[in-house]
Every structure is written in structure tokens, then in C-alpha cells.
Design a binder for this molecule. Structure first.
Ligand SMILES: Nc1ncnc2c1ncn2[C@@H]1O[C@H](COP(=O)(O)OP(=O)(O)OP(=O)(O)O)[C@@H](O)[C@H]1O
Ligand SMILES: [Mg+2]
Length: 346
């Protein structure tokens, strides 16, 4: 579309194989005057990521959450502080080695060089969430095609990352089965006339279900179409909500829920989410920035826009494109995935 000749890409990973946990690392500060240096910070990140995970999983991201210098907790940036002991609490996100390898191979075989990989929802968070939402605590949900990824932020940093294996494809599948129409026609009907909250639909409104083969097109109450979509959307949100409740995270989402991803384009999906989570809900779109055309300011492009921003920040290609603070250097921790795959497979 842009006419640019693309050779290298930054991957936005997603999938039900994504898991996370929080842990911490500790080091003794050894430098002159016990002043914490960039090397100390790198060492404490390394110490935090030295956890044993199963052979079939790989660390995708190590995200520093906060630091403790001696007994002083909750420090965002310990550089140049003085102390004897530096501790760092981190959020670690892991993925299935084979799933990531397969994605990497697909892109490589399509003729592109993978420059870097990011969890797609981290990209969404970068461009969609406000500072206040991250600070106060919120739930970000990226409803895609095959997966719904979600992440909880508290005190600005991620505390929980997970995914459920359902998304827009299942909604389309339901429409196809219930109305006995091909998947392509169901997808089109969903995008044209679907919605996720029956009560919001005028009972007199009708849609045309396309014919195919010997079958004539038929008129259908739009409410009937929406009554196919809504239960699946509710089921997806309930799976997310159950995971929150099970992990005791519900009270963290004080700023509410932000929905993004292609399926967040379903009209009234915020009402459906509000009924399940019982907190305020908004639809998240990429933040305005120069060079971003209006058509990309859609929930469907959140991950792509956000990952492009993260990569621009990593490589120093930008100063502050989204109007937010520049990411601290090394903030995402040492990200070894690409090197790991290249070393083993190419
Ligand atoms: N206008 C729309 N109304 C409803 N659903 C839509 C609309 N536009 C796109 N979708 C749905 O969004 C989904 C794709 O979303 P997205 O592009 O975020 O997924 P993805 O990131 O490619 O997939 P995944 O995250 O599952 O790997 C599809 O199921 C598609 O039907
Ligand atoms: Mg996605």
C-alpha cells in the first residue's frame, strides 16, 4: 500500500501458548562508591532471568517492574543511586519454542528477514494505553482472529500476561454453522452487520443472508444474527475473567478494560465486556502520531503500529513518536529469541 520495499520485519507474536510469571533477581553492588551503574542494572536483569523453565518454552520478554535498593522499595530507575544490594522484580513472558520457530520460518520463507520479535499485545499496550491507565491498573484485551491475548498492568508495568484460544474466527464459524452459509459469506456478514449486544439492536432491523448455489438470499432479523455472535463474545470474556478471578487479579483493574484487535471492531462489544467484567470498558485504537494515516488508527492495527514503535525505540530510529516518554534503554531486558533461533536453525 505504501509502496515501500520491505526486506526486514519485526514480528508481532500472539497465541494461546503465551504464559507469564513474576520473579526477582538480586546482586551485590560492587562499583566505586557503591553507585549503581548501567552494568549493575544489566547484571540484576540477568540474575532475574536465571530461572528454570521447561525445555519446550523460551523466554520472550523480561520486563523490569521495579527495583529495590537495600531496603528502599518501588524504585523505577536505580541508576546512580548508592547501595549495597540491588534487587529487581521482573515480569517474564514465555512462549512455546516450536510455535515461535514455525512463525519465524513462515516469515523467513516468505522472503523477509526477521529483525526482532515482540509479543503483539506489548505493541498494543505501547500505542493504545494511556499513562494513567497503566499507572492505576487496567486490563488490556487484544481480540484477534484465533486468539485473545490479554495483559494486566499495575503501577505502569505488566503483572500478568496470558491468552485464550478463541477469537473472531470462532464467531465467524458460529455464523457459518448456524446460518448454513460458507465461511467467507459468514465473515462478510459479521463485518457488515454483526454486533455483540442484542439489546442495542433495533428489533425491526433486518439483514440479507447471501444465497449460494441453489439457495436464494434470505432476509433475517439483525437481532438473530447478533444473538449468534453475542454468546461467543461473552464466552471469550468469561474465560478471561475466570483467569483473573482465579489468580486474584480482579481488584488490580481499577482503570477498567481496554479492548483492541480486529474483533474489537464489532459494534457494542464494549457493552458486552462491561456486563462480564463489571468495570468501565473502552475501545483502544493506536494513538495519533505524525505519519500514521487515519485508516491505521483502527483497533485492527494496534499491534502492528505498537510493534513498529517499540522497534523504532529499540533501534533509536525515533525520539518520541507517540507523545509518550521514551523507553528507558534496555527496558525490555535482553531479548535473546531471534539470536537463539538464528543460532540453531539458520
Ligand atoms: N469490522 C469488523 N467487525 C468484526 N470483526 C472484524 C472486523 N474487522 C476484522 N474483524 C475480525 O478481526 C479478526 C482479526 O483480528 P486481528 O487482525 O487483530 O487478528 P490477528 O492479530 O491477525 O490474529 P491473532 O491475534 O489471533 O493471531 C478476524 O476474526 C476478523 O473477522
Ligand atoms: Mg493479534
Amino acid at each position: 500500500m505504501s509502496g515501500a520495499d520491505i526486506k526486514a520485519v519485526s514480528l508481532a507474536l500472539s497465541g494461546a501458548n503465551i504464559e507469564s510469571f513474576n520473579t526477582n533477581g538480586q546482586i551485590a553492588v560492587t562499583g566505586r562508591g557503591r553507585e549503581i551503574t548501567q552494568e549493575d542494572i544489566a547484571r540484576v536483569h540477568e540474575a532475574a532471568r536465571a530461572v528454570s523453565i521447561s525445555m519446550d518454552r523460551e523466554i520472550l520478554h523480561v520486563i523490569p517492574r521495579s527495583y529495590t535498593v537495600d531496603d528502599q522499595k518501588g524504585i523505577r530507575n536505580p541508576l546512580h543511586m548508592t547501595g549495597v544490594r540491588l534487587e529487581c522484580g521482573v515480569h517474564i513472558i514465555t512462549g512455546s519454542v516450536s510455535t515461535v520457530q514455525n512463525m519465524f520460518k513462515c516469515v523467513t520463507r516468505a522472503g523477509y528477514r526477521v529483525e526482532q520479535s515482540y509479543l503483539g499485545i506489548l505493541g498494543c499496550a505501547r500505542t493504545v494505553l494511556t499513562e494513567d491507565e497503566r499507572d492505576l491498573g487496567c486490563l488490556l484485551i487484544d481480540i484477534g482472529g484465533g486468539t485473545t491475548d490479554f495483559m494486566i498492568f499495575a503501577e505502569s508495568e505488566p503483572v500478568f500476561t496470558s491468552a485464550v484460544p478463541a477469537g473472531g474466527s470462532q464467531i465467524t464459524g458460529d455464523i457459518s454453522i448456524m446460518l448454513s452459509i460458507p465461511v467467507d459469506a459468514a465473515e462478510h456478514l459479521k463485518k457488515e452487520s454483526g454486533a455483540a449486544w442484542t439489546e442495542a439492536i433495533d428489533p425491526d432491523e433486518t439483514v440479507i443472508v447471501p444465497g449460494f448455489g441453489a439457495r436464494e438470499p434470505v432476509e433475517l432479523e439483525r437481532r438473530k444474527l447478533v444473538s449468534i455472535v453475542q454468546p461467543r463474545v461473552e464466552e471469550i470474556f468469561e474465560m478471561v475473567n475466570e483467569r483473573l478471578v482465579k489468580n486474584g487479579l480482579k481488584e488490580l483493574i481499577k482503570a477498567g478494560v481496554v479492548l483492541t484487535g480486529g474483533s474489537a471492531l464489532l459494534p457494542h462489544i464494549d457493552e458486552c465486556a462491561r456486563s462480564v467484567f463489571g468495570v468501565p470498558v473502552r475501545i483502544g485504537t493506536p494513538a495519533a502520531m505524525s505519519g500514521l494515516d487515519a485508516e491505521y488508527r483502527s483497533p485492527a492495527f494496534s499491534a502492528a503500529v505498537g510493534v513498529a514503535l517499540l522497534e523504532a525505540e529499540r533501534t533509536g530510529a525515533t525520539t518520541d513518536p507517540g507523545g509518550r516518554k521514551k523507553t528507558r534503554k534496555g527496558k525490555q531486558g535482553s531479548f535473546s529469541l531471534i539470536k537463539w533461533i538464528k543460532d540453531r536453525f539458520f
